[in-house]
Design a protein around this ligand. Structure first.
Ligand SMILES: Cc1cc2nc3c(=O)[nH]c(=O)nc-3n(C[C@H](O)[C@H](O)[C@H](O)COP(=O)(O)O)c2cc1C
Length: 222
């Protein structure tokens, strides 16, 4: 499958202009969030016109103009974290399709402020800022496909495209600490364990599925 434009164009954007999200965009994003929560038992919320997910210093220096964000919450399990990564990848690409920029934050945010603003219980694993960026961001430095993947025999086109898509995924500190193996139509994804590895795993899994086309392969052990 050709890599979607929004996947190529999505880059982290940390500063936003003061343009509110149109009501139609809020409604579309909220509906996508509702679909994820219904399908995956996640507890994601869209918060608009609020910046309490960041402390005053972060707002001043790093996260200028962030006033809309998704609170990524769910059960406190590795599986739930991975699922939130997968849903977050979809939501970031959907935001991009709606003309917005985005930024996943799992470190430099106020967990309590975000939970309170969203009125959620459960573990908040991060927030995704959304809005109109001051820039479109820049492509991240990337590993080569050969560093993160291997295929037994000659790799089919869907595998090559899937791996390309994973290299466009956001990962915590841009680590790209994963390895994808393919054999026949079976694919496995392994991730080095780390602070955000379950979330990253979900983000990368979503990107592979889109790049490769879900009809072309099956995940091993799933
Ligand atoms: C799970 C996760 C956690 C992240 N946490 C932070 C963070 O705490 N602070 C920050 O500035 N960026 C954070 N980022 C953004 C990454 O640094 C960024 O996605 C990565 O450098 C790749 O760049 P890209 O998003 O432009 O592709 C996080 C990204 C992910 C996926």
């Amino acid at each position: 499958m050709p890599i979607p434009e929004e996947m190529r164009n999505r880059h982290t954007v940390r500063k936003y202009i003061e343009r509110p999200l149109p009501e139609s965009v809020v409604a579309l994003l909220a509906e996508r969030v509702r679909q994820h929560n219904d399908a995956h038992a996640t507890n994601i919320r869209l918060v608009t016109e609020d910046s309490s997910c960041f402390g005053p210093l972060t707002r001043l220096v790093l996260a200028k103009g962030v006033r809309n964000y998704l609170v990524m919450a769910g059960d406190d399990t590795p599986e739930a974290n991975e699922q939130l990564g997968w849903c977050g990848a979809d939501l970031m690409l959907y935001a991009q399709e709606l003309g917005l920029n985005s930024w996943w934050v799992s470190g430099t945010f106020s967990r309590r402020g975000a939970a309170r603003a969203a009125g959620v219980s459960g573990k908040v694993v991060g927030v995704i800022a959304v809005g109109y960026g001051t820039t479109q961001g820049t492509p991240h430095r990337s590993k080569a496909a050969s560093e993160v993947s291997s295929y037994e025999g000659e790799a089919p086109a869907w595998f090559v495209e899937g791996v390309k898509a994973t290299l466009l995924a956001p990962t915590a500190m841009n680590k790209q600490a994963f390895h994808i193996k393919g054999r026949g139509d079976e694919v496995s994804l392994n991730y080095d364990k780390g602070a955000c590895s379950d979330i990253d795993h979900g983000l990368v899994r979503y990107h592979f599925e889109i790049g490769a086309g879900r009809e072309n392969f099956v995940w091993e052990h799933r």
